[in-house]
Ligand binder design. Sequence first.
Ligand code: ACO
Length: 312
Amino acid sequence: EMAPEERAFQQRIDEGIKIEAKDWMPEAYRKTLVRQISQHAHSEIVGQLPEANWVTRAPTLERKAILLAKIQDEAGHGLYLYSAAETLGVSRDQLLGDLHSGKAKYSSIFNYPTLSWADMGAIGWLVDGSAIINQIPLCRCSYGPYARAMVRVCKEESFHARQGYDIMMALCRGTAEQKQMAQDALNRWWWPALMMFGPSDAASVNSAQSAQWRIKLFSNDELRQRMVDQTVPQAEYLGLTIPDPDLKWNEAKGSYDFGAIDWEEFNNVLRGNGPCNRQRLQVRKQAYDDGEWFRDGLQAHADKHQGARQAA
Ligand code: ACO
């Protein structure tokens, strides 16, 4: 039996009224949002690392400038999202502590290596493409600060996806060797990109409650299907082959059937045993430690001004 305040809360959600930071909310709603928004923030921050590997190796000045801009956007997304999480009563130090200790999750996708320049194309096309499909509905989710942050994030993600597809087009119009690089990147990123959407609906523990609270407007499998249907024609346009022998247009369903996902691989990455999990966390912690002198400097400056104001 729902308490009266909880019933009123659910009714507001059902009517499509946004929940704001100072509104009453069930403790479990708050916790779910802190979990999801902080994981999302961590994903943006750790997501900078695979691409950072290619900043110094970008093939032209223009490509380098674009890649740098994209990586900076991701840092910005992380900061918006930490701010959105902070409205729920957690501190940024706490959230970063959980990331650095390995307690908090971030997206599985960022634990894979970036072996060639074509991976910058595949990441923009497939990974940012998937992020958009997942995040457009979040612009309409029930929590106001999260929904509003997503609007700008999605606009920037759309630039990221286009720059990735543009890299793929350049490679596919290039030499046979360049086209092979593009195919190899697609082969390695396709399945991990499908895993970004999370476990199957049957195995997704949080979905039912998050749907009731309108944090999730579509299920993991629905969004994954959308990604496949949208991406297959794009691969055809590039002249590339999706690495799935079971991929087949299903006329009756009006969408593609596709092969089984290797959930053992997914769970293994979530347990911290993907190809780059340890490296990613180590690099992130190192970056945080290296920034200590800067944070200390900012704090000393703020304290000095605070003191000056109090003396005046
Ligand atoms: N990588 C790592 N962990 C995952 C992934 C993934 N790809 N997919 C699901 N999980 C985790 C969930 O966080 C959950 O763990 P938890 O209960 O310990 O938090 C568990 O697996 C079970 O999954 P679900 O019950 O389906 O979890 P949830 O309802 O949170 O759905 C989803 C997962 C779809 C990722 C959701 O959290 C979401 O939409 N998040 C916002 C988007 C986001 O974080 N994107 C980051 C990648 S995109 C980018 O940054 C470019």
